[in-house]
Design a protein around this ligand. Sequence first.
Ligand SMILES: Nc1nc2c(c(=O)[nH]1)N[C@H]1C(S)=C(S)[C@@H](COP(=O)(O)OP(=O)(O)OC[C@H]3O[C@@H](n4cnc5c(=O)[nH]c(N)nc54)[C@H](O)[C@@H]3O)O[C@H]1N2
Ligand SMILES: Nc1nc2c(c(=O)[nH]1)N[C@H]1C(S)=C(S)[C@@H](COP(=O)(O)OP(=O)(O)OC[C@H]3O[C@@H](n4cnc5c(=O)[nH]c(N)nc54)[C@H](O)[C@@H]3O)O[C@H]1N2
Ligand code: SF4
Ligand SMILES: [Mo]
Length: 725
Amino acid sequence: MNDGGVVRTEKTYCRICEAHCGLDVTIDGDAVVAVKPDKTHPVSRGYACIKGSALGELHHDPDRVNHPLKKVNGTWQRIGWPQAIAEIGSRIRTLQKTHGRRSVAHYYGNPTAFSMQNFLYSAAFMQALGSPNVFTSSSIDLNNKFHVADAMYGMLDVHPVPDFAHCEFFMCLGSNPMVSQMSVVAVTHVMEKLSAIEDRGGRVIVIDPRRTETAQHVGEHHFIRPGTDAWLLLGMAHVVAHELELDPAAIHAHANGLTAFLAAVKDWTPERVAPLTGLSAERIRELATAYARARGAVLYMSTGVNMGPFGSIAYWLVQGLSLITGNLDARGGLVFSRGAFDVTKLIKVLEGKKVDGPRTLKDGWRQEAGAFPAAALADEILIDHPQRIRALIISAGNPVHSIPGNRLAEAFEHLELRVCIDLYLSETAQQADYVLPATDMLERSDFPLSHLNFQAEPHAQYTAAVLAPKFERRPEWWIFTQLAQAAGAPLLGPTLMNWPARLSRVFDRLPLVRGLQPDDVLALLLRLGGKTTLAELKRNPQGVALPAVEPGNFLGKRVPSADGKVNLAPATVLKDLTRLAAAAGDYAAETAGLRVIGRRERRSHNSWMHNNRRIKHDSGISALMHPADAVKRGIADGDLIEVGTGRNVAIPVRITEDIMPGVLCVPHGWGHAQSGLGKASMLPGSNINEALPDVALHMEPVSGQAIMLGHVLEVRRVGARQRVA
Ligand SMILES: Nc1nc2c(c(=O)[nH]1)N[C@H]1C(S)=C(S)[C@@H](COP(=O)(O)OP(=O)(O)OC[C@H]3O[C@@H](n4cnc5c(=O)[nH]c(N)nc54)[C@H](O)[C@@H]3O)O[C@H]1N2
Ligand SMILES: Nc1nc2c(c(=O)[nH]1)N[C@H]1C(S)=C(S)[C@@H](COP(=O)(O)OP(=O)(O)OC[C@H]3O[C@@H](n4cnc5c(=O)[nH]c(N)nc54)[C@H](O)[C@@H]3O)O[C@H]1N2
Ligand code: SF4
Ligand SMILES: [Mo]
């Protein structure tokens, strides 16, 4: 292990969540001896959470996949890279020759967004194969945001971020920043930033069916009934648009569709939406008025709303309200960050004319951000159609575990080739024919490409690989390049294919066409951006601060839509208001079961940090239930309950007034008995996605986002105080 005790400390940054914290990694020979927050990092300034500090244990985890594996007669056999690449390549080639290009599909998961090389080279790989069958975890997370950004601003990747330093009013819907560090905004020290708003006399409002860790530490909290945020925002929009003063001239200067926007929100008075949401009409009116009058106000929504039934409507209202109140592109409101280079500008130049893209075979779903909805994947495998999916390559994802329902696990059995590129034998990898070992973040170079225009405090950081790959782990750019070659895929993909104009496509052909390695691509992009160079970043491994985000850089200047204006009335979203109106009765009704929502935990990251020896997970998970619901069911604190309607999972319960009556809160990502991981498989806990209804039956029609929150499930007592084995 140790090559003679040469101890060195290298700078890098954590790529688990969007905070991108700077880290100092102390290495003795080839062993990681410490990972500490980097005090010299220009933005994270000495902060990192337990997960970032546990990257050494990730690197040395005895349960990592270290060699290519092939399943032979139901057991894993170690094979060499040349054999793995040749066999998989030839299977892909044969399947595509026999059944067409679409027969090979790719699913990439959440960590892809944090790996520049994975992101670029997997896209290039699929472009080379000429298959539009790309699926991602984005559609079980935030597809509504991509769709609405495209529909309103003309580009999927345009999302304003809060101007934390100047706002007076910050309303947070469906997010728990203290635990998650938020999403679609890269920010550190977020609780300090929220407290500072209060300290300077402003307001922080948390809207959540649970009194979250965030709500316990800052601001005021209002319960909301799950799935009803769109109504709350409609009620607020009604007040702002029809009860307060607007400045139509200012709005018309930068936006189209004001008349349609005003008409769409007209009937949704606070009195009408109040009983649906659980907030009083007075409170909704008060919040709307305070929001409109504050000098600098932010509405921020995240997965608690995205994963509900009307995520696109809600995000449209967040953007629309910001614009009509003058809080878009304004100090203290939502602002447009640009980072080391203006990704939007680059996309606009490269994407050319937008075209109608490919559709799924079943139900004709479109792509968002270059990918079909993950909720449609199982049916694209199971459908009786000559072009159905027969091979699935999965990288950095655990879809069998992360997607509600069990249809995907069933569909897996109908695949002819299953390949998983991962660090671990995840639940998904367990079902594969081949598992290929990827490098972890200490073993690969990187740059936060996907998050440049979400940085609350713009900065740039390049990290080299601080360690050589252990065993036979390989960087993903290499794996995808090799597989493409072995599959006989032309390096320049079929350029005439009418793919939709999407982010991934922009970079698609760059790497493979020119044979460029990740650092070459980065050097090129940075040169185009003109704010820093790869050489400068290499000289400053702790990262460099870039100019702060200034308001006034977007409206009338660089809105990427065809006419340079914001569309306040996107047709696809407005159409969905009919579904929303029809659903009001369902949401107003009492239910026999409880509405299930999720939560995240500091010591977890979706489904994959549970094997880490440094992080204590022994306490397992519990469902949170209100005392009134417990009494009704004869349930006591600590009892084991069964949740589900048909397919059930068993979970211990904690009774607390921090959750709304009628709601049950269960974190996702647990339940690893099948994973074969030494530590994780022994932990108590169940996978709530086994009990939630299948996502194929619950897709938000506007964006294909899976509806995963607020489903009514039956809840029963199983027994007294016991642990789930
Ligand atoms: N019920 C419920 N379900 C949910 C959610 C919820 O709130 N409730 N949240 C959803 C959300 S927001 C998301 S983003 C999805 C996530 O869904 P997925 O992305 O499908 O799943 P993850 O659990 O993030 O799994 C990531 C996998 O990547 C592997 N990995 C980590 N780093 C690397 C790397 O660098 N390279 C490679 N090749 N592999 C790597 C890990 O070992 C793990 O197996 O889950 C969703 N599922
Ligand atoms: N420690 C940790 N950090 C993470 C992750 C992790 O697993 N662990 N995952 C990362 C990922 S992939 C993502 S996408 C981000 C997500 O980051 P966030 O979007 O902040 O996700 P959560 O922390 O789950 O917060 C969602 C909140 O929505 C609430 N909620 C549920 N239903 C509703 C509803 O109908 N209306 C409203 N208003 N609220 C509702 C829940 O109670 C919960 O408090 O976090 C990232 N950061
Ligand atoms: S997981 Fe923790 S250390 Fe890593 S970026 Fe997120 S907050 Fe920072
Ligand atoms: Mo996510």
